[in-house]
Write a protein that binds this ligand. Structure first.
Ligand SMILES: [Zn+2]
Length: 257
């Protein structure tokens, strides 16, 4: 009887352990997080909040640091610049003081938040209503992503947390950014006019990483967006949240899916 008692207890503890494991697994599987979406007023870089500015003169740089209550030394450090003159003519990240951020929030210029599962991708642009190319065959070759026509200068956001593994010019892709995510996924953002992040940067989902442009093999301002798993291109529409108002205006399409 005693032996049977031990077996029953063992069995119970195993079931309990299994239940705990299932609970932990489901929590990690469905864990949701609050995502801050960068907008034209508040953006994030290296964990700081502020905004990217194109700086053309030293006076403009001084005015920006004064207005947003930040020391020049901090601006230099954030932008990996030794001297102020290295920043002239470049896009510069200006971190904002807590007071400036609070004022923007109060004026309704704060960042929008969304809740989503941490393994979910988000759209890399805030308002995508039209696609000019979908994933699949185009002119007899595979088009490995989605083309989203939006005005030049639109903010491109990271679709998921990750690490930047490419940021620069890459042939037909023009100015591109490639981000590596967990579980061997990568995302690519191509034809940009400006890239904000550099190789090695850790980026947050929703963070501004670039501005839309038409660099490389491109016929007009648009974002070319890819999701790949182990280098194999996948259809981003299978991973992005539903967008019922999305239209596909593709005249050149021969065959897809
Ligand atoms: Zn494309």
């Amino acid at each position: 009887m005693r032996e049977r008692g031990i077996i029953v207890t063992n069995c119970k503890s195993r079931i309990l352990l299994l239940l705990v494991l299932i609970a932990v697994f489901s929590i990690s599987l469905f864990a949701s997080e609050i995502i801050y979406l960068d907008n034209e007023h508040i953006q994030e870089y290296l964990g700081m909040q502020g905004r990217w500015y194109q700086v053309s003169t030293k006076n403009q740089l001084d005015a920006l640091t004064a207005k947003h209550e930040v020391e020049l030394a901090d601006v230099l450090r954030v932008n990996s610049a030794a001297q102020a003159r290295n920043l002239i003519g470049a896009y510069v990240f200006i971190p904002y003081s807590q007071k400036c951020l609070k004022e923007l929030e109060e004026k309704g210029m704060g960042r929008k938040t969304i809740e989503c599962r941490d393994d979910q991708f988000i759209w890399p642009l805030s308002d995508v209503s039209v696609l000019t190319s979908v994933f699949g065959l185009r002119w007899g070759e595979i088009h490995p992503g989605l083309d989203m026509p939006v005005p030049r200068g639109t903010i491109v956001r990271a679709a998921k947390d990750g690490r930047v593994i490419a940021s620069g010019y890459a042939g037909g892709y023009g100015k591109e950014i490639v981000i590596e995510h967990r579980n061997n996924f990568i995302t690519r953002y191509a034809h940009n006019s400006v890239n904000f992040v550099k190789v090695g940067d850790l980026v947050r989902k929703g963070q501004a990483i670039a501005l839309v442009g038409t660099t490389g093999r491109s016929t007009g301002p648009h974002l070319h967006f890819e999701i790949r798993l182990n280098e194999i291109p996948l259809d981003p529409l299978d991973f992005l949240p539903e967008n019922p108002s999305l239209q596909v205006n593709e005249h050149r399409l021969k065959n897809w899916r």
